[in-house]
Ligand binder design. Structure first.
Ligand code: SAM
Length: 288
């Protein structure tokens, strides 16, 4: 195990040779923390996803600094130079266009390689669309699954939709506005229209909007409307005792019938399926 303590909080920040992962606002520029601002002003170099976005932040907070672009197209080529700079005791801040770097944004690989090179990595926490949407939704927020953007490939997408439909934890998804309606209809097919959901649009911005309560109501709300802005979706988990989704229910019923046709008694088949799906026997029994 690689146990390493960093002295960052005792010394003045930023420290030489440290990589700082700095969260930046997801809309409202006032969400930049004092600590983040201090780091961005005083590091040797800021590695940013899009220099134009970071310049907006610098202009709002009236400072300049050295920028280098670090995005999904060039990050692999840039990592060796950044690691060298860190070893040469430069301090570097990594930012994305918005929110927490490395959450559906570049950064993961740089952080991994930095750690492998025994470089101190410190995260300056701050805005993240996923958590902002989750805690605003009122849905269970202590246990959740973050899936980011669903895959486009049909088979992978269907697999994940099925997992979401069966999961008892809250799921958080990112989606682009022009694909929102398609995704909502898919979620309805897999989870049923009754499943609780919250679509958060333009979080922290002037036209922030939260649309719920269930999938069908959200579909109806967006019908005939052009969806604009940035979207994060929070879907309630399944309530295993009495709210199996329509889809999962159909699947279970089918399996129950198959087991009975194969010769098991209703009681035996229910017991088997209850154990397999972590449900009570009576839930399965009553489906028959
Ligand atoms: N790293 C970012 C974070 O910490 O939230 C996420 C980056 S990901 C490339 C961008 C996606 O995050 C958007 O397509 C949208 O789904 C979500 N997002 C970002 N800002 C948002 C906002 N203000 N309101 C709602 N969703 C947002």
């Amino acid at each position: 195990m690689n146990i390493k303590s960093t002295s960052s909080h005792k010394n003045q920040e930023p420290e030489s040779g440290f990589l700082y992962i700095v969260a930046t606002p997801i809309g409202n520029l006032n969400d930049l923390s004092y600590r983040a601002l201090n780091i961005l002003k005083n590091v040797t170099l800021i590695a940013c996803e899009d220099t134009r976005q970071t310049k907006k932040l610098m202009s709002k907070f009236d400072f300049t600094n050295n920028l280098t672009s670090f995005n999904k197209y060039n990050s692999f080529n840039k990592i060796p130079k950044i690691i060298k700079d860190l070893k040469d005791m430069k301090s570097i801040a990594l930012v994305s266009d918005a929110g927490m770097p490395s959450i559906c944004d570049p950064g993961e690989e740089l952080i991994k390689v930095s750690r492998l090179n025994s470089i101190n990595v410190i995260c300056i926490p701050g805005p993240c669309a996923a958590l902002t949407a989750l805690v605003s939704s009122g849905l269970p927020s202590s246990k959740f699954i973050f899936e980011g953007f669903l895959p486009k490939k049909k088979s992978e997408r269907e697999k994940l939709l099925l997992e979401i439909s069966k999961n008892d934890k809250t799921t958080i998804l990112y989606e682009s506005p022009h694909r929102l309606k398609k995704l909502l209809n898919e979620l309805k097919d897999y989870c049923g229209g009754e499943r609780a959901i919250e679509v958060s649009r333009e979080l922290t911005k002037k036209f922030e909007e939260h649309v719920g309560n269930n999938i069908q109501e959200v579909i109806t709300y967006f019908e005939g409307k052009e969806v604009l802005g940035e979207i994060t979706i929070v879907i309630n988990g399944i309530n295993k005792t009495n709210q199996k989704s329509k889809f999962a229910k159909l699947e279970l019923k089918k399996e129950l019938n198959e087991l009975i046709t194969a010769g098991l008694s209703l009681s035996e088949a229910s017991k088997y399926l209850a154990k397999k799906n972590n449900l009570t026997k009576s839930v399965i029994y009553n489906m028959y």
